[in-house]
Design a protein around this ligand. Structure first.
Ligand code: ZN
Length: 132
């Protein structure tokens, strides 16, 4: 089983949420704002990967509090982003329907791995081609 319990209250990181039934996945990240950030310095922000780059293409949608609860930003309440926030704040509730995977690092190039296949195999798609 690929499930690892996690607690957003204690850890920053990147988590891939996979729906095995549809094959769809989403990548969320929890990161602490730098002390000198113009926006929400020192706060922990949860964001969703919205583009092709798993390092930079993330869109924030809420704060993660010390108890692991997610406060969804007003404009995103009632949207799919709120749904995602509720899932990662209480993953245990979803174990029968979803798989949660932590981002890995490619064993060849050390880039971040976030797609379910890459996390499982330990190499990204570009390096996988080189290994064949
Ligand atoms: Zn690689």
């Amino acid at each position: 089983m690929n499930f690892t319990m996690f607690n957003l209250g204690t850890h920053n990181g990147t988590i891939t949420i996979l729906n095995p039934e549809t094959g769809n996945h989403r990548v969320v990240q929890v990161k602490t704002q730098k002390p000198d950030a113009k926006f929400a310095s020192g706060e922990r922000i949860i964001s969703l990967q919205t583009g092709s780059c798993n390092e930079t293409d993330f869109k924030g949608f809420g704060f993660v509090k010390a108890d692991g609860r997610v406060t969804i930003w007003t404009k995103h309440r009632g949207t799919n982003l709120e749904k995602i926030g509720r899932i990662v704040e209480n993953p245990g509730k979803w174990v029968n329907r979803l798989e949660f995977k932590f981002a890995g690092k490619c064993r060849r190039c050390n880039r971040k791995l976030t797609t379910p296949q890459s996390i499982d195999s330990g190499v990204g798609p570009v390096c996988a081609n080189k290994e064949e």
